[in-house]
Design a protein. Structure first.
Length: 452
């Protein structure tokens, strides 16, 4: 007889017992340490994460885990990772506050480690043995030199979840190309080609938007592997790429291309493929997106007081409508331009048709929906100007996230973490002498440790 299959309820009970064991472990209870608080009883309380990744996507996945109670140790070079300076690199909005780094690295402990130093291997080994999850996006050629590939670290901890992020995937002719979300997620996936109007060159997308989407993909891969480990006891090597996430985001049109569908061409606002799915401007200058499905069009036109359009011979027949779409769009431009957005808000909302006003970031941060739904939350300790942050987009009813606290300074928790890993004072000093960790003790030179 084969192994008896568990019922869904039994699997759920086993998962609950698994996390009860995690939370009862003496080394995995509530932790309150220098700027990082683990919430007792949270979903990932007791889960240990080593974040060796840089920039946004990998660190973002670790941040989501930290939001739900995981103990995340951010490992970066002694000089700090490059993204600490993201707030000073055009075209990112300029600020004296390192807002990009805080967004991707809140609620983490910070360790500065020179992985190129021979003595760093012993630290890496103990981190791998300590961790449940290790996240890395270092190019594979560099990983091989640093002995940071999956086979290198899994021998120390076969239960480890090794989360690997690449730009273009692990295989293929461009597997080793460097990739940012701008190049891999946006350009290579086809998204950038489609996100422009007819006759216009490709535009510059919002930096980090593809990274943040990919972060959720990595997070999902990690959680999937954790569930597999609960059932099998085995660790996993999970991976995704910016390209894969971009193609997934563009999936509707990529799937259309796969089946040879006929494309309408790039969007042209004055000659749209569908005048009921287009952008328009109200009399007060507010641009908005209208997305009325065919079944909603009669109700929308009635609410607008323009039911006559339904019987206009130029638009009532599908063939005539296709020929006269520009004329219909011009009519709608005139109609929508005759009233302020507040009027159209009531009209569209009254017939329950999807629409959205186009807002700039300054308008977005004042949107009451954000704070009503904890999309923006308070941020502690990051300075007088940086008092709020963008929350991760996942909520679990009945579970409070860890309050958001500033990202760590460079090497802020070196001694603390190394001692937890079993290093004595003399061994820590030896690591300093060998160049594996910075010479300055955390707190000795705050300005040198602060994000630049």
């Amino acid at each position: 007889m084969g192994k008896k299959l568990q019922t869904r309820r039994e699997r759920g009970e086993n998962l609950a017992r698994h996390f009860e064991v995690l939370n009862d472990s003496p080394s995995q209870v509530v932790i309150e340490k220098k700027g990082t608080q683990m919430t007792e009883g949270n979903i990932f309380s007791g889960l240990k994460v080593v974040d060796l990744s840089s920039f946004i996507a990998g660190p973002g996945a670790a941040t989501i885990l930290s939001d739900f109670g995981a103990d995340v140790v951010k490992v970066e070079p002694p000089e700090g990772e490059f993204w600490r300076k993201g707030h000073k690199i055009p075209p990112e909005p300029h600020s004296e506050e390192p807002y990009p780094f805080h967004l991707s690295n809140r609620n983490k402990r910070g360790v500065a480690l020179n992985l190129k130093a021979a003595s760093a291997q012993q630290v890496l080994e103990r981190l791998a043995k300590w961790a449940d999850v290790l996240i890395v996006n270092t190019p594979h050629s560099a990983r091989q030199k640093l002995k940071l590939e999956y086979d290198d670290v899994a021998r120390w901890n076969p239960r480890l979840i090794y989360a690997d992020l690449t730009g273009f995937g692990e295989k293929g002719p461009d597997a080793n190309l460097p990739g940012f979300d701008l190049t891999a997620y946006w350009a290579r996936s086809g998204l950038l080609f489609m996100m422009r109007d007819a006759g216009e060159p490709p535009t510059w997308p919002v930096s980090g938007s593809g990274d943040n989407a990919t972060a959720v993909c990595i997070y999902a891969a990690i959680v999937t592997a954790l569930y597999r480990r609960e059932r099998t006891g085995k660790g996993s090597y999970v991976t995704t790429s910016l390209l894969a996430a971009g193609v997934w985001s563009a999936g509707l049109f990529i799937q259309a291309a796969l089946c040879g569908a006929s494309f309408y061409g790039l969007h042209d606002r004055t000659h749209p493929a569908n005048a009921a799915a287009n952008t328009y401007r109200s009399s007060d200058g507010t641009w908005f997106v209208l997305a009325a499905t065919p079944d909603k069009v009669p109700a929308v036109l009635k609410a607008m007081g323009r039911e006559d359009i339904l019987t206009d011979p130029r638009f009532s027949d599908p063939a005539q409508l296709a020929q006269n779409r520009p004329e219909l769009t011009a009519m709608l431009d005139e109609i929508f331009g005759s009233q302020p957005m507040s009027h159209w808000y009531e009209v569209f909302n009254g017939v329950h048709v999807p629409f959205g006003t186009v807002r700039d970031p300054q308008e977005v941060v004042n949107d009451p929906q954000l704070r009503a739904n904890d999309i923006v939350v308070p941020l502690e300790g990051a300075g007088e100007k940086l008092t709020s942050t963008v929350n991760s987009p996942i909520q679990v009813h009945g579970v409070s996230k860890v309050p958001a606290r500033r990202a760590p300074r460079i090497g802020e928790h070196n001694d603390e973490v190394l001692k937890e890993l079993g290093f004595g004072d003399n061994e820590i000093q030896s690591l300093r002498d060998s160049g594996a960790i910075p010479g300055a003790q955390p707190g000795e030179n705050v300005e040198a440790l602060r994000a630049s």
